[in-house]
Design a protein around this ligand. Structure first.
Ligand code: HEM
Length: 336
């Protein structure tokens, strides 16, 4: 989570948060407030009295308000700092982040694209991109620990494409990430397949929905009225033998590869982890790239086994988290 938060901040907003190394107190407090606020917001679904509690600033609603204040203060500071540096960034070597682009646009329409609007942009990207990739990576390493043969095949692909672990210094993991390019990642179809297979079984957004724009009839004959909410369960769809065949419950990255070993995408209306249609996930390519870089850096040097008990299950949240976190045992991988 800390790693994906750092990367969203750096790529999206041009800010080095340094949550992973734990050197930023403000960054750590912000992350905690954000995570707590997400969980507290979710529980509004289960608490019929939440409006009353909000009105009188009681219990969970009081905590939520305090977390929102911490988040607002932090994000306002990011925007103010960014405003000061935007002109300089524009003159730099063209390396612009998303927030800088929004700031440039906001100069044309400052009333609409005010600080509140920009704050919502930042939070929107964080909500969309932090827990999704982090959760998927946890399930990915869980699947690899349960399927050592797949882990072995992946490590072999990483060795063949990115070079093996023949570096014994303490910065090995750092050195391992610096040389990774898009070309390197494109040569790893098995890694792409294994991440996709993880998302089939453990979609980061397990339930999603849309509001009907007009009266309609679904393919199975169900009538939908304008304004009706239609939900779909990506978690269940990924496990249906009707959709994926008799081995739907098995973790089998090979199902995504053709006879030549190339990745074969499926329709986004069958593989719904990123949603489909005009509002499909905007960060899909970014997410794959980010997850692959982290996977390569770790698989190159370590072998993973389950470190604790095997009663891993999910936690009820907007995104599919592992309840209580995942405990893994990492042992150095011998040089090939
Ligand atoms: C494994 C990782 C990810 C998964 C499974 C995923 C999945 C999804 C899904 C299901 C939606 C549709 C939600 C809805 O509108 O109901 C969505 C939307 C979106 N995602 Fe992702 N996402 C991932 C990573 C990311 C990342 C890393 C970013 C940003 C850097 C991102 C940015 C967005 C944005 C901006 C939208 C809204 C698109 C729109 O409404 O037009 N996502 N994502």
């Amino acid at each position: 989570m800390r790693c994906t938060l750092d990367s969203i901040f750096e790529v999206g907003f041009g800010v080095e948060l340094r949550c992973l190394e734990g050197s930023s107190k403000e960054g750590g407090e912000f992350m905690k407030a954000f995570d707590d606020a997400s969980a507290l917001t979710y529980w509004r679904y289960a608490d019929p009295f939440w409006r009353l509690k909000r009105r009188f600033n009681l219990g969970a609603e009081a905590s939520l308000r305090s977390n929102i204040r911490t988040i607002d203060d932090f994000v306002s500071h990011v925007i103010a700092t960014k405003r000061r540096t935007t002109a300089k960034v524009r003159n730099d070597s063209g390396k612009e982040d998303i927030l800088s682009r929004f700031l440039v646009e906001s100069e044309k329409d400052p009333d609409t694209m005010n600080d509140r609007y920009l704050r919502d942009i930042i939070l929107n990207f964080m909500i969309a991109g932090k827990d999704t990739s982090a959760g998927t990576l946890s399930w990915f390493f869980y699947m690899l620990s349960k399927n050592p043969l797949v882990q072995h095949k992946l490590a072999r692909e990483v060795d063949e494409v990115a070079g093996g672990n023949n570096n014994n210094n303490n910065n090995a993991v750092l050195d391992g990430t610096t040389g990774i390019t898009d070309t390197t990642l494109d040569k790893m179809p098995y890694l792409h397949a294994a991440l996709t297979e993880t998302l089939r079984l453990y979609p980061a957004v397990p339930i999603d929905g849309r509001c009907s724009e007009a009266d309609d009839i679904l393919p199975d004959g169900t009538r939908v009225k304008k304004g009706d909410l239609v939900n779909y369960l990506a978690y269940s769809m990924g496990r249906m033998s009707y959709i994926w065949g008799d081995d739907a419950q098995d973790f089998r990255p090979e199902r995504w590869l053709n006879d030549d070993g190339a990745f074969q995408p499926q329709s986004p209306f069958k593989f719904v982890a990123f949603h489909g249609g005009p509002r499909i996930c905007l960060g899909r390519d970014f997410a794959y790239r980010q997850m692959k870089i982290i996977a390569v850096a770790l698989l190159r040097y370590f072998r993973f086994q389950l470190g604790g008990h095997d009663n891993v299950t999910y936690k009820t949240m907007f995104t599919l988290h592992i309840h209580g976190g995942l405990y893994l045992c990492a042992t150095p991988r011998p040089a090939p």
